[in-house]
Design a protein around this ligand. Structure first.
Ligand SMILES: C[S@@+](CC[C@H](N)C(=O)[O-])C[C@H]1O[C@@H](n2cnc3c(N)ncnc32)[C@H](O)[C@@H]1O
Length: 441
């Protein structure tokens, strides 16, 4: 099969085993020149003995895990070295995050070229923006949640942030922990009440133009820099560690913070070294807080759209991120009202609002996308949840992929192709999702 799909000299990455991956690799090999394959393909390790950028970015130690991690977790990262966790994707465990290698493959298959713009109207943790940045493609991302905008911006800035202050930060982690827990609150280990903080934030952090002002002597002495990229990065590490502490009591919050800081430092040092070694240009991206139902984007200005909407009400993103949103002083009820999948009281009401909202999102996608270009959605269905909500047997529940295709056809999209992929994350209950590629008429 391998020899029939790829020409001599095209060597795919190790552990490429799923049918949809082979399909995307095949399309990449058909659509990109050898030079393009070297620079931005997702599924190739070598072209005629030259190593690809993707291989360079992913090779070496995978994400550094704490010594206490289970062998199952370690082998997951080892096996998925070329799929996930590379660049700055591993910096925050956002639920429902895209699979980065697949994103890169789809960007290529949609025919996007350097200088063109890709849009993710529901960017979550910013996977599309980060991939586009390292591929030389411009990008715009929106999310209703200000926390997603903060997380995405921080992960993008981390590709270019100064590294020297991180060693100071790690050496002085106790001082920083004291500082952040005073400023934004302390997690309650093992707490089920995800929206409460055990100490009231002292409100010493003020957001200004997507960075947090930190005017604190203890902070400045510990870090030795007041660079906004560094401030955001350390705050994200603190919020990440507080989230872990809430869920598990295996380590004290202080130990958790030290371990996460060490891992974050490892991640950025690794990717920045590769960026320097291969002289990779990082293209600026625009992460915005906004509503996908009313895009602040001109008609027909976008060259490709790639996104993963909420899978109906399967994940309550506001509840999930309650600690972080609280820390950032976000007013939660109005935010909940803007979130697709969360509006409504009963599950059936939520489902009906969801379909209504997604119809608006798809209408906006059709408006901003250029003629003949592609819009790809990644979507799966939780049959159990939907069958309960709709009072129908599981077998007769219409998949969300089909619902989206029907809605999209009302806005000038034609179905171009669908691929199915298994969900490999170890904590997922959903087993499959669909890659739905639509073309703008
Ligand atoms: C499945 S997640 C996307 C994950 C993302 N692909 C990633 O790689 O992290 C769906 C996202 O849609 C966002 N969302 C929900 N309602 C929205 C709205 N009205 N406008 C924009 N984003 C919204 C949620 O906050 C959530 O981050």
């Amino acid at each position: 099969m391998y020899h029939r799909l790829f020409s001599e000299g095209q060597q795919i990455v190790p552990n490429l085993s799923e049918v949809y991956e082979l399909a995307l690799a095949f399309y990449e090999s058909q659509l990109l020149t050898n030079e393009e394959l070297l620079k931005r393909s997702a599924y190739f390790a070598k072209i005629d003995d030259a190593v690809t950028n993707h291989f360079m970015i992913c090779t070496g130690d995978p994400v550094r895990l704490p010594k206490s991690s289970s062998s199952r977790l370690k082998s997951f990262f080892q096996k998925n070295q070329f799929r996930t966790g590379y660049a700055t994707h591993g910096l925050f465990p956002y639920r429902g995050k895209f699979h980065p290698q697949m994103v890169k493959g789809i960007i290529n298959v949609m025919g996007l070229k350097p200088g063109e713009t890709v849009l993710d109207p529901m960017m979550g943790s910013g996977t599309v923006l980060i991939e586009a940045s390292v591929m030389g493609i411009k990008s715009i991302g929106l999310d209703a949640s200000p926390f997603c905008r903060f997380m995405t911006k921080t992960k993008l800035d981390a590709l270019l942030m100064p590294l020297e202050p991180l060693q100071n930060a790690l050496e002085n982690y106790q001082i920083l922990f004291e500082y952040f827990s005073g400023a934004v609150g302390l997690a309650k280990p093992g707490s089920k009440q995800r929206s409460r903080l055990s100490t009231k934030p002292a409100n010493t952090l003020h957001e200004t133009d997507a960075a947090y002002e930190i005017c604190d002597d203890a902070y400045l002495t510990a870090v030795g820099s007041n660079h906004s990229f560094v401030r955001n990065f350390l705050l994200l590490a603190y919020l990440d560690s507080a989230g872990y502490s809430e869920r598990s009591q295996r380590k004290s919050p202080l130990e958790q913070f030290r371990d996460i800081l060490e891992r974050y430092k490892f991640v950025v040092e690794k990717i920045q070294k590769v960026i320097q070694n291969i002289g990779m240009e990082i293209v600026p991206a625009a992460p915005i807080e906004g509503d996908a139902r009313t895009l602040p984007i001109a008609d027909r200005s976008i060259h490709g759209i790639l996104f993963s909407p909420p899978y109906s009400f399967a994940i309550d993103y506001v509840k999930n991120d309650a600690f972080h949103l609280n820390c950032m002083g976000i007013d939660i009820p109005p935010l909940k009202n803007r979130m697709v999948g969360l509006r409504g009281k009963t599950l059936r009401e939520k489902y009906n609002h969801y379909v209504e909202d997604m119809d608006k999102v798809l209408a906006e996608c059709a408006r901003v996308l250029r003629q003949g270009r592609f819009c790809t959605l990644i979507i799966g269905t939780n049959d159990n949840q939907l069958s309960k909500a709709l009072g129908q047997p599981k077998e007769s529940v219409k998949g969300l992929d089909q619902v989206m295709i029907t809605l999209a056809s009302g806005h000038g999209f034609t179905l171009f192709r669908t691929l199915s992929r298994q969900i490999s994350g170890i904590a997922n209950t959903m087993r499959h999702e669909h890659i739905v590629i639509l073309q703008r008429d």
